[in-house]
Design a protein around this ligand. Structure first.
Ligand code: DGT
Ligand code: CA
Ligand code: CA
Length: 574
């Protein structure tokens, strides 16, 4: 891969910055900076010049030392000296350098005068007015630095999978239209279906790589082109997410897909297995010595190290390699396995559609059943039901069921768990229902002990069936309440209760590791959508992704059962 002038310039710039932070000789710093500026504007490619054996010292501002550095970058893609300085300086300081208004000189001052190393240090120092008093700073600059740090922080935020999916599919469609493109695949944490993704990693097989890159960096949603190369480019989209696109040769596709799907820990584990067989595995293929012996497909990569294919959702190096070696990988649940939804709302409380509309939509999805779970009275903002209104809803369900064929609405409620652990509706109405989903909506701030006790007490109610959104978290918005999940799972197991995996993409509550823990502890899970509209019913796929990441199989999930079996499960053991 040819090194561009821009790459050389960037490496020189970074070297200059880091040297400056270290307080190196200013002439040396300036030499790198000038060379970077000059190379950034230079039309002929220095890589070509090196290849043709031309004398780089002829270029203005390039002496013997810098000429050798350029040759090194062209040969190796990097600079050993820079790698050394990178190791010496803290990555936090480097990041600070890129905060608008800072730069190496000021970062050095902050570090030398106030001992600042991180963005948090900056925020604290600014809050106590220490920064404005430094020479060369002032009140205005302090304000600006603070704002910039907040802005960068919000950009650091990971993007919810549902949002990433919209962005990825728009981009994928765009790239697929480029002439010569055979395949576009999103890899990375996105393909592993993590609940949030840091950035998007897209692989493309194409005959005309440069065209793919041009189309990509020219995409209308691009806010900033971070790098633009022949086979690899990076941009930041307007919404703040970064996207990497790489073109890969067809024969390397499996190896590249495997590498860029990750996780990094999984890759390292697979590579180690390769080393034991004297194989080198990287993003270009599987190699024996210098000879490529495989890597066209992922199956091939795994096969070379004696493993069966491992589903992307499992690739976290949390036991999947060992399970694959022992041929006991889970048969992960699929969307088609689900026979119904056990948590939905209608217009009776805070849903958008009527009972009839929701029932029709559920049938269109091919479901056998759906539990109607309106809010209870305590949740007044959602016009929660009291016993009388709930009874009326139950009558309507009975009547509607009378007209339906091969589909059954289950009579249920989303009953609030009150602060003392009692349920928000009297037992004599709960008794009439097919099931209850029980949830905490208020008093998130109880101590861990109290919160856990509250929920366990609720489970003591004989009509408690499913704990809905068990931690209450909203991704990127609200932390989970503090609760001892292991204790809750044990309590649920003893009482024959179930845990919900709420599929709403803002919730995904249980988490993947909670799902796995539930399975290990013998607690079955209900994968439900909490739909407030017809389209929300399709959130089920996000729940399935999360369930798969939690190693769940169809047998671990109660709503994969047919209606009769489900009803049996819902009967609480006395
Ligand atoms: P993210 O973006 O933070 O949600 O997580 P990923 O997993 O998408 O990570 P990312 O985008 O940094 O890199 C994509 C994949 O590339 C990652 O899953 C594995 C692979 N990868 C990245 N860096 C390394 C590395 O240093 N070694 C190995 N073996 N693989 C790496
Ligand atoms: Ca990524
Ligand atoms: Ca990436």
């Amino acid at each position: 891969m040819a090194v561009t002038n821009r790459t050389v310039a960037e490496l020189f710039d970074e070297t200059a910055d880091l040297l400056e932070i270290e307080g190196a000789n200013p002439f040396r710093v300036r030499a790198y900076r000038n060379a970077a500026r000059f190379l950034g504007d230079l039309a002929p490619s220095v890589a070509d010049m090196v290849r043709r054996g031309e004398d780089l010292e002829e270029l203005p501002g390039i002496g013997r030392d810098l000429a050798e550095k350029i040759q090194e970058i062209v040969r190796t893609g990097t600079l050993a000296q820079l790698e050394d300085i990178r190791e010496r300086t803290s990555p936090e300081l480097r990041a600070l350098m890129h905060v608008a208004g800072l730069g190496p000189k000021r970062v050095k001052t902050l570090h030398d005068e106030l001992g600042i190393r991180t963005a948090t240090d900056v925020r604290e120092a600014a809050a106590s007015g220490k920064i404005q008093r430094l020479k060369g700073f002032g009140v205005k600059l302090e304000q600006k630095i603070l704002q910039e740090i907040e802005r960068l922080k919000s950009r650091e935020r990971r993007t919810k999978l549902v949002e990433a999916q919209d962005l990825a599919s728009a981009l994928t469609t765009r790239l697929e239209q480029v002439f010569g493109v055979q395949r576009v695949q999103v890899a990375g944490s996105y393909r592993r279906r993590k609940e949030t993704v840091g950035d998007l990693d897209i692989l493309v097989i194409a005959t005309h790589s440069a065209d793919v890159m041009n189309r990509f960096v020219g995409y209308e949603d691009v806010a900033e082109v971070v790098s633009h190369g022949e086979t690899r480019s990076t941009v930041v989209l307007r919404c703040g997410i970064q996207v990497d696109v790489r073109t890969v040769p067809e024969e390397s596709y499996g190896a590249a897909l495997h590498y860029f799907t990750g996780s990094k820990a999984h890759n390292i584990a697979v590579r180690k297995l390769g080393q034991k067989k004297n194989l080198k595995i990287n993003e270009y293929g599987v190699f024996q010595g210098e000879r490529r012996i495989g890597g066209t497909t992922e199956e091939d990569v795994y096969g070379r190290v004696g493993l069966p294919f491992i589903e992307p959702e499992l690739r976290e190096d949390t036991g999947e390699i060992e399970a694959a070696q022992q041929r006991c990988l889970p048969e992960l649940i699929r969307l088609e396995d689900l026979r119904g939804d056990l948590h939905i709302h209608t217009r009776e409380t805070d849903g958008r559609h009527t009972l009839e509309e929701m029932a029709e939509a559920a049938q269109r999805l091919g479901y056998e059943y759906m539990a109607v779970t309106e809010h209870s009275r305590r949740v007044a903002v959602a016009r929660g039901l009291d016993a009388r209104r709930l009874a009326a809803v139950m009558d309507r369900i009975d009547r509607l069921n009378g007209t339906l064929n091969g589909f059954t609405l289950l009579k249920a409620v989303e009953v609030d768990i009150l602060e003392d652990g009692s349920l928000d509706l009297p037992d004599d109405i709960l008794r009439e229902l097919d099931l209850t989903v029980c949830a905490v909506h208020y008093h998130f701030n109880l101590s861990r002990e109290k919160q856990t006790e509250r929920i366990v007490r609720a489970m003591d109610n004989p009509y408690f069936r499913i704990l809905a959104h068990p931690t209450g978290r909203l991704i990127n918005e609200r932390d989970p309440y503090d609760v001892d999940m292991e204790f809750l799972l044990e309590a649920a197991r003893k009482r024959g209760c179930f845990m919900e995996l709420n599929s709403h993409p803002d919730r995904l509550d249980l988490t993947d590791s909670h799902c796995r823990l539930a399975k290990q502890m013998g607690v079955k899970v209900a994968v439900s959508t909490d739909a407030h509209s017809i389209t929300d019913l399709e959130f089920m796929r996000f729940g399935v992704f999360q369930a798969r990441r939690g190693w769940l199989e169809p047998g671990d999930v109660i709503n994969t059962r047919c209606l009769a079996e489900l009803k049996n499960l819902l009967k609480r053991p006395r």
